[in-house]
Design a protein around this ligand. Structure first.
Ligand SMILES: Cc1ncc(COP(=O)(O)O)c(C=O)c1O
Length: 453
């Protein structure tokens, strides 16, 4: 943990700390170190108390959709940023970006304020005037119909037309076999979503994108830590996005990331994240020279946004990334158990299985009630809710069925599976707070419900 001089905000070295002397030499820093040590002790006490396991009461204890992913490490790191008084985008964000790029095995990661703004930034980058091949208003972008709303809105925001393609019932992801049928002269990009943490057949989709010279943007909002054929989700696309919202696999409270291996796109992301100015660019000297009559602190080269994260998000990220694999493993253990145990009911409802050579991050565990089942989706949801099991719809469902779809222009292919899943599905929570007792209780609840049908 770092300690700071409260007088000058300098990060103290080990020798400053042992000698109780800050290089600023302004004051005795012994009390400063003690205040910070006290905070560390208190924070650990608070989280030790909060993390105490509660007794599970079968049929009564709530099994929530998600639980916090953070503990005292993130809280202390955040507090230290507060104590330093440096809270806007800075070193902790940059450190987390490097750690995330290494983790994903990509060259560049750019932290932003949410998964939604990550999608907006990624698509805006692909419209930039500096690109020879870019997305223009009226161009078409292929996306799955079963999705989340802010996977689609950013397509509209750049003036492009979403072309909604059906999903595959085995994964709930875009059906790669339908993609080529949706390609027209206007198609510029494919934007698959790794829904609920399950990887798409991204190798096949990448081949289609290459064959037709299309951009590939992966929406991996639900899929931090997931893998396809040993390669991280979020390292396949020209640009790939993630969400670190509070309920996601790992969290920076709110937050999102854009990954790329392309150095020019990385520069565009960094510029557009911060108003379109040059301050964070590797190439900034080039622009300073080119526009020597403009103050470089306010030199704008592309149309941008304010999607800058804070140091608190960086502070969370640098600890969350170290915990990510353990979160994913806990979710896989639950999901693989449920898939196996609930298979016997597949005439009444379907579940999703992890596909060969993939590692799903299992954002949630989906249930799809069969049309011919002798109970309704609502009957099953009500029963699970009565046992304390929380449920949610599968994100926006088929976006073409949402009222908002009446307000924008889009194209759609035949959406038979998306309509079915929209009408007959929901998901239950799956997270590292669910252990053997809760995992087995959930199967007991399904057994009890099914004994009536
Ligand atoms: C597929 C998908 N894309 C984008 C988002 C938006 O992420 P955020 O909530 O961080 O804005 C979500 C949110 O859960 C999502 O599931």
């Amino acid at each position: 943990m770092n300690f700071y001089c409260l007088e000058c905000n300098l990060k103290l070295s080990n020798s400053d700390i042992t000698k109780f002397k800050c290089p600023c030499k302004k004051v005795n820093i012994k009390p400063h170190i003690n205040y910070q040590k006290n905070i560390i002790k208190l924070t650990k006490n608070i989280f030790n108390y909060k993390n105490k396991t509660q007794k599970f009461i079968h049929g009564k204890t709530v099994i929530p959709l998600s639980i916090p992913t953070f503990s005292y490490q993130e809280a202390i790191e955040s507090f230290q940023s507060i104590a330093s008084t440096y809270l806007v985008y800075g070193d902790k964000v940059k450190k987390f970006e490097k750690m995330f790029a290494n983790y994903s095995n990509v060259k560049h990661s750019t932290l932003v304020t949410s998964g939604s703004t990550a999608n907006s930034l990624a698509l805006a980058a692909l419209t930039d005037h500096s690109l020879k091949r870019r997305i223009n208003p009226g161009d078409e972008i292929i996306a799955p119909a079963l999705t989340f709303a802010t996977s689609v809105y950013p397509i509209l925001d750049i003036g492009a037309v979403p072309v909604l393609v059906d999903i595959d019932l085995e994964t709930l992801n875009i059906d790669e076999k339908q993609i080529e049928k949706a390609i027209t002269k206007k198609t510029k990009a494919i934007m698959p979503v790794h829904l609920l943490g399950n990887p798409c057949k991204i190798d096949v989709i990448k081949k289609i994108a290459k064959k037709h010279n299309l951009f590939l943007i992966e929406d991996g909002a639900d899929s931090s830590g997931a893998e396809y054929h040993g390669k991280k989700i979020g390292s396949w696309g020209d640009l790939s996005t993630y969400s670190f919202f509070f309920t996601h696999i790992m969290s920076t409270i709110e937050g999102g990331m854009v990954n790329t291996n392309n150095p020019h796109l990385a520069e565009l992301l960094k510029s557009k994240r911060s108003f379109g100015w040059i301050r964070d660019l590797k190439n900034k000297k080039k622009y300073e020279k080119m526009y020597s009559n403009i103050d470089p602190r306010f030199l704008f080269i592309s149309r941008g946004f304010n999607f800058k994260p804070t140091e608190i998000q960086g502070a969370f990220g640098i600890h969350q990334i170290k915990k990510l694999d353990s979160f994913v493993e806990a979710r896989r253990k639950n999901a693989n158990f449920w898939t196996k145990e609930l298979k016997k009911y597949n005439k009444s409802f379907l579940t999703i299985a992890e596909q060969p050579n993939t590692k799903s991050a299992w954002y949630g565990f989906p249930i799809i009630v069969q049309k011919k089942a002798s109970f309704s989706k609502r009957d099953l949801i009500n029963f699970l809710n009565s046992k304390g099991v929380q449920t949610r719809p599968i994100l926006s469902g088929n976006i073409a069925q949402q009222p908002v779809a009446k307000t924008f222009k889009f194209k759609k292919m035949k959406l038979t599976n998306s309509e079915f899943v929209n009408d007959y599905s929901f998901w239950i929570g799956n997270h590292h707070g669910i252990g053997k007792i809760e995992r087995e209780a959930i199967v007991d609840y399904f057994d009890e419900f099914m004994s009536k049908y």
